[in-house]
Write a protein that binds this ligand. Structure first.
Ligand SMILES: Cc1ncc(C[n+]2csc(CCOP(=O)(O)OP(=O)(O)O)c2C)c(N)n1
Ligand SMILES: [Mg+2]
Length: 392
């Protein structure tokens, strides 16, 4: 956390408002710096943004991606064991989340959807807080100002409005931080996202629209949502865009740095389309075998973002048994901490539901609370009720 963008000129190959972008070095219209087989491809416009990425740095990106996959597997297991009500897996989206999350500065502010638990990890979230809401234990996971990240948004696309409003505040304050909002391919069809882009473009505010195109909006394929590339939608708002290989952690990091730098310098919003794939179900309540072809999953498994970095490290002679063990140990420790935090979390009390509704006293809510307290009391002592039941 807190890395500063490498100092480099703004990339000239934005699509959309910046003009057509048939720039050299793009694989199928995507910015790609690591091929699926782990080859580092040079790119004259994006390489300057990664000059500070050392071998150690690459190893730590590999570790981060492995850790968030482990968090995801552990949370999925917790849900299957009845410890969580629901979990939205991020499997397959590790490069998009770590590449962008590690490009942010501490004073930037994130507005995400429910799926960016890997970004929350980059922001330094308390591991128990990641699962608090999914356990049904609280109506919100953490204090947004403690990690400069709002709690996950379930209303599809609403967070883009919050980010744009926050960015207008940054602009009014004359600060050089940025707001970054994460949303999915399906969200780009929502009014909220379109309204946010109108405001962001009108006022040229420092916001980055980070769209993870994971190809599915529950059971709705992206090909039905849009007949053009999602990145090209931004042009209609006068917002420049970048379309990157979302399973390539370096391409994502470079693109995010470009967009952040632009925002910091008063250049306004940027739309990033990170092309990735949701390898798991939409949530643990979903069964994707009912609506998608197994071959599609197989094709994307061959482009797995973690295997790709591992292959790059291997080519560089860095994927030692020691590194792999160290990464496994770290992932296990993080998963253990999250599991313990989850299963030992104190249960909320019934009247807690009235907390944090208003920041100031509210007589209407107080009346409801009194009413509910009397209703609960009408059952007598719940502990006694249970023992009487047992005696019968
Ligand atoms: C305004 C609104 N409409 C519908 C839903 C139900 N819903 C939950 S997730 C989802 C799909 C979102 O797809 P996408 O934006 O691609 O994000 P992903 O889940 O793939 O990360 C929908 C329609 C919702 N939460 N909010
Ligand atoms: Mg999606």
């Amino acid at each position: 956390m807190g890395q500063r963008s490498a100092s480099a000129p703004i990339a000239a190959d934005f699509t959309g408002a910046g003009g057509p972008a048939e720039a050299s070095g793009r694989a199928g219209g995507l910015v790609q710096l690591i091929t699926p087989s782990g080859e580092r491809v040079s790119h004259p416009e994006f390489d300057p943004w990664l000059q500070d990425i050392t071998d150690d740095h690459l190893c730590s990106l590999f570790e981060d991606m492995s850790v968030i996959r482990r968090i995801d597997v552990e949370a999925t297991a917790l849900q299957r064991q009845g410890e969580l009500a629901l979990w939205p897996p991020l499997l397959g989206q590790e490069a998009a989340q770590i590449g962008s999350g590690r490009a942010l500065r501490e004073d930037d502010f994130v507005f995400s959807s429910y799926r960016e638990n890997g970004v929350a990890y980059c922001r330094g979230v308390d591991l128990t807080d990641i699962v608090r809401v999914w356990r049904g234990n609280a109506s919100s996971g953490w204090d947004p100002y403690s990690i400069n990240m709002a709690t996950p948004q379930i209303i599809i696309g609403a967070q883009t409005l919050h980010a744009t409003g926050y960015a207008m505040g940054i602009q009014n304050d004359g600060a050089d931080s940025a707001a970054v909002t994460y949303f999915g391919d399906g969200a780009t069809s929502e009014g909220d996202v379109n309204e946010a882009m109108v405001f962001a473009a009108s006022f040229q505010v420092p916001v980055v629209f980070f769209c993870t195109n994971n190809h599915w909006a529950i059971s709705e394929p992206v090909r039905l949502q849009s007949h053009i590339q999602l990145a090209d939608r931004a042009a209609g708002f006068g917002i420049p865009s970048l379309r990157v290989d979302g399973n390539d952690v370096l391409a994502v990091m470079a693109a995010t740095r470009v967009a952040l730098d632009r925002a910091r310098r008063g250049g306004g919003p940027t739309f990033i389309e990170a092309v990735s794939y949701r390898m798991g179900p939409h949530t643990t309540a979903d069964d994707p075998t009912r609506y998608r072809d197994a071959n599609e999953l197989e094709d994307w498994a061959a482009k797995d973002p973690i295997s790709r970095v591992a292959a790059l490290l291997d080519r560089k002679g860095l994927l030692t048994a020691e590194l792999q063990q160290q990464v496994r140990d770290k992932a296990d420790a993080v998963a253990r901490e999250m599991r313990t935090g989850c299963t030992t979390m104190p249960d909320p009390q019934p009247l807690d539901v009235f907390k944090h509704v208003y920041s100031t006293p509210n007589s209407w809510l107080d009346r409801q609370q009194d009413h509910y307290a009397r209703y609960l009391a009408s059952f007598g002592d719940p502990a006694e009720a249970v023992s009487e039941e047992g005696a019968r």
